[in-house]
Design a protein around this ligand. Sequence first.
Ligand SMILES: [Zn+2]
Length: 348
Amino acid sequence: MSENKEPPETCLGEDRIRVKPQIRYLGIILDGRLSFKPHVDYLRGKVERNVSYLSRILPNLFGPGYRVRKLYSAVINAMVMYGAPVWAKYIGKKGLATLITVQRPIALRVARAYRTTPTDMLFAIAGMVSYKWQAAAWYRIYRETKDIREAGEALTVQCKDNVRNRQFSIAMDRWKEQLKKCNIRGRPFMRAIINNWEAWVTTGPANLTYRITQLMSGHGCFASYLKRIGARRNDRCIECMEVRDSAIHTVFVCKAFDRQKDELEVAMGERLSINSIVKAVADGKRKCKAVQKFAKDVMQEKEENDREDERNDRIRQNRKWRRKKARKREEKKLWTKMMDDTYEMEEE
Ligand SMILES: [Zn+2]
């Protein structure tokens, strides 16, 4: 066996033609085995670079509203879905897993969620269909329109729209079924969102605020969450000094927020439940405004109480200092990586 690992060459007259493992054709990277792994890797790099820039202009607490966030996510979407009818069928489980990794940071920007939010819950809150099902829909749209054309039938704009709407509706249903199979124990808001899926994806995410996402994901200023990420020593509620503090405890049990709960019940005109809150947010009208105000008032008060608790607790202060130092180290690493990317782009 030859030890030479150089790619084989052939000659055409005086021109030397080198055989390459992959080629780029019309924006899609084709490889010898048609695994489309190089294309998925290329997409990953491209999207990660763009999302890291977007993250700086789309902070969770302030920054543009849902329409702008959705527009940016649609741009990235179009970037990823380019050529999907060609590669969707061949990328395999690994490729699909990579696509989910790519989509996650975009969903975080749309839903204004913490980085610790589990992926399935994040996609449910953001009302986003996974790239897997979107790619499958584009593949079927291509097949169906091709069949119509080959059958000699007229492919009108109306006909194309019908095919597209039907296939995206199928993708949405399949994604819903997949979300149902995820672990929704202990995630009551996610269950309620899936139960009201059609209403939620139509208008729900547009009415999300940073505070509502915190309540729905349980990833916010709740003692059980803070304990889990090592920011607090116990999970006791500092407002009522009872039981385990969580989003459910805050909304339905905690005595400290009885006034806000009563106001919300009056505004909603019905008894407070997880389902009624999800429906109110999806509804987007007066009831939604009441939920937004409730979430803001309650979460701001909880954060203020938490800061007060921290000021009185030397051990927590030290922990916070250590976390801040770790975060700065991470930011410095990211910044160095971004600078490297910029130089690479300039060289290109
Ligand atoms: Zn409490």
